[in-house]
Each structure stands twice: as structure tokens, then as C-alpha cells.
Design a protein around this ligand. Sequence first.
Ligand code: MRU
Length: 350
Amino acid sequence: MKIETLRWFNNRLEMIDQRILPASFEYLSYDSAASVAGGIRSMVVRGAPAIGVAAAYGVALEALRLSSLRQAQGERFEFDQGMEAGFTVLAQSRPTAVNLFWALQRMRKAWESVVEQTPPQIAQRLLAEAHEILAEDIRINKAMGAHGAALLQDGARVLTHCNAGALATAGWGTALGVFRSAVEAGKKISVIADETRPFLQGARLTAWEMVQESIPVTLITDNMAGYMMAQGEVDAVVVGTDRVAANGDVANKIGTYMVAVLARRHNIPFYVACPLSTIDMSIVSGKDIPIEERSVDEVKGFRDYHWAAEGVKIRNPAFDVTPAELVTGLITERGVVMQPDAEKLRRLFA
Ligand code: MRU
């Protein structure tokens, strides 16, 4: 089954509403930068590359919206000012995944390259760029998939955390793309999906994707990972990432650090599937990566049901940082960077 996380339909962006998966499968429709930013903030769309693609379409939609408004009103200045407001609202939607800022920067460059043209022409150029970012994301995931699949033995039992699948990208996925590519290459792998408290991306999304693909998957709660490793039931870990610092430190869904420490303890390779757009060379180490704190309601309970004691103080950091020294390899579209460090990442971009 081909999962189209984001699609262009009737001059609108449509995104699968990931908040209600797997119970319901529904697309929601977006027509402006502000509405797309709302979709990112509220987790209709999530996962670093998918957020970047959504933001790119948010910019294109804003240009289309403003150029039709301008036809009625006639002011060039309002178009530029409106575009700046669109960039700002999108940049404020979520802080950790660098793909969001990467995509906005790329869209700004595309805008600058045609800034002298009319707003409708600018809008068409920006829409073409958004389509290209989406198509490119799938190509990159497949390239990463091929490099990553080569690391997995036939019969490997691979643990993953959160959802780094088709739902977290424009399609195929980063970590789950590695699993898809391994299966396509004829390897019989099986997946262990961490539930991923508190938003349950593993239980709801990764498990759903793997079931759709008929890739054998076993769901565990996050606190079972150590037991599974100690029992010898995990051969490798592959996760995605939201931002990698210039020294190779990896920010990913909260709980990833715990898995990496356990993997090292049990001599299990810990791989991170990471498109180059997720590497932030402007950030020296993981200490400088902004970590999103989300609503305490996500920890308190689920939807309207609260199991936590009333009045208790709650924290909800949504990501953590795994130091580069715990990373066996970064799987990129240009190949695998084993034991990543500042020098190797510099060379990757050279
Ligand atoms: O809060 P989320 O669901 O957006 O977090 C997603 C993750 O942490 C993923 O592992 C990461 O974005 C990589 S997705 C290819």
C-alpha cells in the first residue's frame, strides 16, 4: 500500500490526520500558511521530513492565496508583507525538527530567484519547488533505504522508536524505509516497535505501517526494550532523527537516548537514518538543539481520561539528545557515516 502522507489535490494541500490513526483514516485540507502551521502544531502531520514538506506547501499556498487577494486589491507591498508573515507563522509551528527551517530557507531562495516577477508567477514557482521537495524526499528515502538495508542481516530483528516511516516523510520513510528496502531486497527481517509514550507514534503509526506492508512487527512498551535486548532478541536498532548537530549528536523522540544507552550496554548496533536536510551544521553540539516541551495533558492521560494524580507536577519534553559516541552509524542518502564525528560530517558536506 502506498501511503501518501501529503498530497496536492484541487489546489489544496491534503494531509492524513495522524492524530486519529489507526482508528480512522482521513485527509484534512489546507489553503494557507497559517492553516498548515496549525496542522503542524497540532500533530496532524509530524515527523521531521514531513513537517518540512508541509511547510514548503504552506509557503506556496500563501503565495497563491495572496496573489488572488492582490488581484482584487492591487498592492505589491501587501504581497511581500503577507509572505513574510506566512514564513514567520510556519517557523513558529514547532522548534526541534530542522527540516522545517531547511524547507523554509529553500522556499525563500526560490522566492528570491523570481522576486521581480508577478505574484501569480511567484506562486507557481513556489508550488513547483514544493512539489520538487516532496518528490526529492521520496528519492532520498529510497537511497537511504538501500544503504541501510545493506547493514541488516537476513533474519535480523530490528528495534525502532517512534515513527520514522512513510507517515513521517513524503513516503517510504527513513528508519522504516530501511526496513522496506531490506524486505524489497529479499531479507526476512522483523521489527520491534516501541510504543513511544506519550504520543504513541510507535503503537499507532509504526505498527500500522508495518501491518499494512505485512512486515512482521511486535509492539512493546518503552520499558520493555532493555529486557528484550538482555534476552538476545534484538539484533540492531534503527531510528530516525529530528536534528543532528555538527558533531554527530542526534536529537530524536524522547526515549531514544535510553534505547541508545541500552544498545551500547548490550553491544547492539545503533543506527540513525538521517537525510542531509536533517543535519544542522550551524549547531556545534546537541546541547544547542532546541527541545520542544509539549502540553502536560499528553502525559496526564489520553484524550478526556486522566490517570495521573490531580495536582502533580508534570514534564513533557518531546525529544532527547543521543551523544554521537553512542551512534554506530548515520545512514544518509550519500552512504553510511560510521562512528560520526565533526570531521566526518564536515567531509560529508564538502
Ligand atoms: O513529535 P514527532 O512525532 O514529530 O517526532 C518524530 C520523530 O521523532 C521521528 O523519529 C523523526 O522526526 C524522524 S522521522 C523520519
